[in-house]
Design a protein around this ligand. Structure first.
Ligand code: C2E
Ligand code: CA
Ligand code: CA
Length: 761
């Protein structure tokens, strides 16, 4: 507790001391009868002055909202008014030693101002009501409660004083009336306050201060003259204690949760009114009068019981409604399978966070989930998704909200600002390292991270994260990538290109070019590699380096590859028919990983062979290592192709990671030494480590091919020196601009014709 929070405790102590001392004085006075009775009038103005000081201190030092400040300023006026008014009364008491001093008008005016200020303050406390209907209901409720409460107090308190034989000054009666009103009004009002800027307990305590006034009145009525002194000395000083307690509560107030307003108060009031009614029965005039009173008491009692029953029923219905609303709410905001938050809740939370400040989002996409689902069934897929959900839940912990966006797409919204997206992403990837679910499956995830400053639109941030996730997938999966400006450019190009590819495929803008594969020592053409070309109507010939990646990412590589395969087979069969079966040995179209995954691929190859009549052993499919490495589906396809008699070439050999081990399991017939190992192979700079390494690879690949009985083709030969060098190393077949560039079919036909003529000449 800070010094500031301790401060109000001193005021409570001070009013407490006044109350105790005053009570002790009364006890002493009762026994001994020594001293002027007017001392009893001193404690209330003293206590009220301390309370006023407390309120002043509160206003000066505590951070208060505007309505709270208004309230406590009025209360300060109230305490001060009462302090001054009763000080004047006490002074009068010392002058006029009769037991009950007549209240001077000045005293009554000050005290009256005090009471009115308190009532005004209470009246202005905001209730926090919603609809107009609710406002009217509450107004009625409070009117009922107020009338009921004041009737009881009037009957037992004020009425006997007015009609009694004791002479009460008008001023005293007015003040008592005001304190009754404050008590009843305060309590009914407080019952309807749902929270707001003023501490509820403080308000209750102030309402109770009014009740002290009411208790004093009762004491005086019951005790007559004897009641006055204990009322003033013992009961009155309690009010300032309550006042300082109220100040203390407000000082420590930190804001209140909304609570339900009381709904039973009016019925209590209705029943309360019955009490004075019953009390007047013995004095009522005729038996018919009594009958009427008894009947009305019974009716109000029964109506109240009935209301109570309805009230309970309503409360139960409300509870049930709230429970079912909560259930619906949960269903609307959570994913049914995994129990994670769903897209709707994610978007709402993210929107809220973006309004308040920045936000970091992780998009988590499972790699190859579709394969699991397709090959092992949906139940296994569901189990896997649930396992993934719990991995996300555990890795995220209290740092954020894990979400299932749908399918195999997940996300995490980081809520803990000190946690870095990278840290969490790595934690998630690490958790994916081991096998998951009861089926012990190995899955990996690609994660895109994006952080946005406040004010960024939600969709912008999600798009950034999506771009980053896409980049992570491009980088070989099981990876995370953080978004940076400009990252979307290639992706946007891809998307645009993808759209155009589809159109181009329909429009027949693709053709196939052929690059000869040449026997290095004779220069004879022994085969061709088929390469796709895009004859763009405005852009001219577009390089495969540009459109192949877009075709792969959009899946269009499948129909495009099918076209190249067919066209190559058709052309190859035509050349064989024209130039004889020995003219060419190999026809090599390129096949991408995506095509190998296509369940129809083997059928497509069979169809292409059947349609063209090309013997299967002339077809050489060029595959890259990474394409071959992918899963069971691929192995099965490769095996079936092998069974058909189709040969396979490992393209770009040496650039991948597992070339050696791959050769043992993969039915390859040909190794294509990648251009990067041919580049500069002719340069003999002793001591140049790169040149040495290149030659070492070329030499090792040759030894490997010999050992395994595989053919080799050296790619990208650009000069005569390279041919010589490769021949020395044992390579007999090559391909490259120096030997022949890729060319249209007609050019290739002429070249083959020349070769035939040359051979026969
Ligand atoms: P790749 O399979 O390694 O094909 C060889 C590439 O090297 C071709 O480029 C060819 O024109 C080029 N090349 C041949 N000799 C030389 C040389 O001496 N020097 C240089 N600098 N380059 C040479 P291209 O036609 O641009 O194709 C690029 C890549 O696109 C191919 O690499 C292949 O991976 C892919 N590709 C082409 N057509 C298809 C296709 O129909 N399907 C699939 N899946 N991929 C294809
Ligand atoms: Ca190739
Ligand atoms: Ca190649």
């Amino acid at each position: 507790m800070t010094a500031d929070q301790r401060a109000p405790l001193r005021y409570i102590a001070a009013t407490g001391v006044v109350a105790v001392v005053s009570t002790l004085w009364f006890a002493g006075w009762q026994i001994t009868g020594i001293g002027p009775a007017a001392v009893s009038f001193v404690s209330l103005p003293m206590g009220a002055a301390i309370t006023a000081a407390a309120a002043f201190d509160l206003l000066r030092r505590a951070p208060l909202s505007k309505p709270a400040r208004r309230f406590w300023r009025a209360m300060l006026l109230a305490f001060a008014g009462v302090a001054i008014g009763y000080a004047i009364l006490a002074a009068a008491g010392f002058r006029d030693t009769s037991i009950l001093p007549v209240m001077p008008t000045a005293a009554a005016v000050f005290a009256g101002i005090g009471f009115l200020a308190a009532m005004w303050a209470m009246g202005r406390v905001p209730l926090g009501i919603g609809s107009a209907g609710e406002r009217w209901r509450q107004l009625l409720d409070r009117a009922i409660a107020f009338l009921g409460g004041s009737t009881v107090l009037f009957h037992f308190g004020l009425a006997p004083m007015i009609s009694g034989n004791q002479i009460w000054s008008t001023q005293a009666l007015v003040l008592l009336g005001l304190s009754f009103t404050l008590a009843v009004g305060g309590i009914t009002k407080v019952s309807y306050i749902r929270g707001g800027p003023i501490d509820r307990t403080a308000l209750r305590l102030i309402g109770l201060m009014g009740s002290v006034g009411a208790a004093v009145a009762l004491l005086m009525v019951l005790g007559g003259d004897q009641g006055t002194i204990p009322a003033q000395a013992v009961a009155m000083p309690i009010a300032p204690v309550l006042g300082t307690l109220a100040v203390y509560r407000q000082w420590r107030f930190t804001g209140a949760a909304a609570r339900r307003a009381n709904t039973w108060l009016p019925y209590l009031a209705v029943v309360a009114v019955d009490v004075p009614l019953i009390a007047v029965i013995p004095g009522a005039l005729t038996w018919t009068d009594k009958l009427v009173i008894v009947a009305s008491v019974l009716v109000t009692g029964l109506v109240t019981v009935r209301q109570f029953v309805v009230f309970r029923e309503n409360a139960r219905l409300l509870r049930e409604k709230r429970a079912s609303e909560e259930r619906l709410q949960h269903e609307a905001t959570h994913d049914g399978l995994t129990g994670l938050a769903n897209r709707a809740l994610f978007r709402r939370r993210l929107g809220e966070q973006l309004e308040r400040g920045g936000a970091t989002v992780l998009l988590v996409d499972l790699d190859d989930f579709k394969t699991v689902n397709d090959s092992l069934g949906h139940d296994v897929g569901d189990d896997l998704l649930m396992a993934v959900a719990s991995v996300l839940r555990e890795s995220t912990g209290a740092d954020g909200l894990p979400v299932r966006l749908g399918g195999d797409e997940f996300a995490v919204l980081i809520s803990e600002p000190t946690v870095l997206g990278e840290t969490l992403a790595q934690r998630i990837l690490d958790a994916f390292a081991g096998p998951l679910s009861t089926h012990r499956l190995l899955v990996h995830a690609s994660i895109g991270i994006a952080t946005a400053p406040a004010g960024t639109t939600l969709d912008r941030l999600l798009r950034d994260a999506d771009v980053a996730m896409y980049a992570a997938k491009q980088r070989g999966k099981a990876n995370w990538v953080r978004y940076h400006d400009g990252m979307e450019q290639p992706v946007a190009d891809h998307a645009q290109l993808g759209g155009e590819l589809l159109r181009a495929l329909d429009a027949g803008e693709f053709t196939v070019h052929y690059q000869p594969i040449v026997a290095l020592h004779t220069g004879r053409i022994v085969g061709v590699e088929a390469l796709a070309r895009w004859m763009h109507p405005t852009r001219g010939t577009v390089s495969p380096a540009e459109f192949i990646p877009a075709a792969e990412s959009t899946g269009l590589i499948v129909p495009l590859g099918r076209f190249v395969l067919r066209e190559a087979c058709r052309q190859a069969a035509a050349w064989l028919a024209e130039f004889g079966p020995d003219a060419l040995q190999k026809f090599g179209p390129n096949v991408s990983a995506r095509q190998l995954h296509d369940p129809d691929f083997v059928t497509d190859v069979q169809a292409a062979l059947a349609e063209s009549g090309l013997p299967a052993d002339r077809l050489v499919l060029e595959l890259t290592e990474s394409a071959v490495l992918r899963g069971q589906q691929v192995s099965r396809a490769l095996y079936q192709l092998h069974e058909l008699g189709v040969r396979m070439a490992l393209d770009d050999f040496g650039t991948g990671e597992s070339s050696l081990s791959l050769l043992r399991s993969f039915p390859a017939a040909i190794i294509k030494l990648d251009k990067s190992f041919v580049d500069g192979i002719e340069l003999d700079e002793p001591g140049s480590p790169e040149a040495d390494a290149r030659q070492a690879v070329a030499r090792a690949v040759m030894q490997l091919a010999l050992a395994l009985g595989l053919d080799t083709v050296a790619e990208g030969i650009e000069n005569r020196a390279q041919v010589d060098r490769l021949l020395e190393l044992g390579y007999s077949l090559g391909q490259g601009y120096h030997l022949a560039r890729p060319m249209p079919a007609e050019a290739m036909t002429r070249l083959l014709a020349d070769q035939r003529d040359f051979a026969s000449a």
